[in-house]
Design a protein around this ligand. Structure first.
Ligand code: KIV
Ligand code: ZN
Length: 507
């Protein structure tokens, strides 16, 4: 019987720590629900002590998720453990994840503590966590650069204190597959009570080896693999969940494990993470990149036509990638549209369906052929729980290579119409400046990008905008067959998210 391997997803914690990847409470909840659909075993919902916003998000995820364990990170200090438990206590299956650094470098320069102090603190905090919650994970931060025998001693002690999972992070992405295999094997054979805890690994991707190291660890005996969707995370990121899952599934001859992941949810989850964080997926990214299943050269296309197995080691359908088919047009009815949405994995209530269907009809008037990707773009524009404080009423742009671009923008705030005019060094910049005049600024534009959703002259443009207020960033998205309109919608969407969050903080 193949051994069960567990997937611990840390997109909401380590992933969210990547620069510019922050998400608001509603976005985190939406992602947590999707991770539950993907059937990850553990969702690390955040670091409850980090801020009141993080605490609220971990708590909300814990209250909502029923089929995955929900964990909160906590440094090995009592206040962090208290906060973590306070946030996760309503979960169906709660876990406290506490950590302390164990490498000489971290102990000397960061903690200014001896091995003895670190070992004592680790044991104390595992015992303290255990007084709240049966499921306690202990991580030895920077384990891969720690003294192997010290690691064995600390793991033995925390297991004795009640740790149910011991995690071995390659915090700085320094190890290699052979070395990491030896480390996991060393721990498995030298920690006398190791059979009482699960072995977990957590690899960073600084040398591009995170997935390879994680898989080597699985072969050496690790049964919990920590990872993130699209590999987002601190610096170069974490091991990518989709790559680990599809390698384990595709190469069962080498990795004889049982995995709970619903692989057909991989693609929708990847797109959701990209949408919520504003972090683009590189086109040649394994499994979920735009080109991952595209066969360009004549020789490859010929082979694929003769037999798919010539160049395809897994099917696009197995990761939930539906073909970019021509699906609907101007005369398609609501029922056909709803059916297509279901096939793409979206089930909407009547009110949301009405809204998206009317957007679809507007689009069908402008665009002859509507593809799955167009529908996905419409769906991604629909942002859950973001109250539209400002709505676009109309815009007029005057632009050319011999005049100063001028934008007139009229926005609706509740029933009030507000109009402003601004100039700028381009049609989009002038539109953004006119919006700034209406909304008032204080925030800055951090990033802006536009790309075509599908091919063809009438393709929709999808704009993404990132704005920053103090330390928080907000991502906005807008889709239209007119790129200026897409950009304006994206800018307003980001502003609405920012204002929503300010309102929640005031409540
Ligand atoms: O990379 C790391 O060491 C971590 C730990 C807190 C698990 O993220
Ligand atoms: Zn990490």
């Amino acid at each position: 019987m193949a051994e069960r391997i567990k997937i611990f997803d840390t997109t909401l914690r380590d992933g969210e720590q990547s620069p510019g990847c922050s998400m608001n409470l509603h976005e985190k909840l939406e992602l947590a629900k999707q991770l539950e659909k993907l059937k990850v075993d553990v969702i690390e919902a955040g670091f409850a002590m980090a801020s009141p916003g993080d605490f609220a998000a971990v708590k909300k995820v814990a209250e909502t998720i029923k089929n995955s364990t929900v964990a909160s990170l906590a440094r090995a200090v009592p206040e962090d453990v208290d906060k973590a438990y306070e946030a996760i206590k309503y979960a169906e299956s709660p876990r406290i994840h506490t950590f302390i650094a164990t490498s000489d470098i971290h102990m000397k320069y960061k903690l200014k503590a001896t091995k003895k102090d670190v070992l004592e603190r680790a044991v104390e905090m595992v015992k303290y966590s255990k007084s709240y919650c049966n499921d306690v994970e202990f991580s030895a931060e920077d384990a891969s650069r720690s003294d192997f025998d010290f690691l064995c001693r600390i793991f033995e002690a925390v297991i004795k204190a009640g740790a149910t999972v011991i995690n071995i992070p390659d915090t700085v992405g320094y190890t290699t597959p052979d070395e990491f295999f030896r480390l996991i094997h060393h721990i498995k054979t030298n920690v006398p009570n190791i059979d009482k805890a699960e072995i977990s690994v957590h690899c960073h991707n600084d040398l591009g080896l995170a997935v390879a190291n994680t898989l080597a660890a699985a072969r050496a005996g690790a049964t919990q693999l920590e990872c993130t969707i699209n590999g987002i995370g601190e610096r170069a990121g974490n091991a990518a969940l989709e790559e680990i899952a599809m390698t384990l599934n595709t190469r069962k001859d080498i990795y004889n494990f049982n995995l709970g992941i619903e692989t057909t949810e991989i693609y929708p989850t990847s797109r959701l993470v990209s949408k919520l964080t504003g972090m683009k997926i590189q086109h040649n990214k394994a499994i979920v990149g735009e080109n991952a299943f595209a066969h360009e050269s004549g020789i490859h296309q010929h082979g694929m036509l003769a037999h798919k197995s010539t160049y395809e080691i897994m099917t696009p359908e197995s990761v939930g990638l539906t073909k970019n088919k021509l699906v609907l047009g101007k005369h398609s009815g609501r029922h056909a549209f709803e059916e297509r949405l279901k096939t793409l994995g979206y089930t909407l209530n009547k009110e949301d369906l009405d809204k998206v269907f009317s957007k679809f009809k507007e689009l069908a008037d402008k665009k002859k052929q509507i593809f799955d990707r167009d529908i996905e773009a419409l769906m991604q524009e629909k942002t859950a729980n973001v109250k539209e404080i400002y709505k676009l009423k109309h815009f007029v742009i005057n632009s050319g290579n011999s005049i100063t671009p001028t934008a007139t923008i009229k926005l609706l705030k509740e029933d009030k119409e507000i109009e402003e005019v601004a100039i700028g060094n381009g049609p989009i910049y002038s539109a953004f400046r006119a919006i700034d005049k209406i909304v008032g600024n204080g925030f800055s534009l951090e990033d802006y990008a536009i790309h075509a959703v599908t091919e063809g002259e009438d393709a929709q443009g999808e704009a993404t905008v990132k704005i920053k207020l103090h330390e928080n960033t907000y991502n906005g998205r807008g889709v239209s067959t007119d790129v200026v309109e897409a950009s304006i919608k994206a800018y307003i969407n980001a502003i609405n998210k920012m204002l929503n969050e300010l309102e929640w903080q005031e409540e």
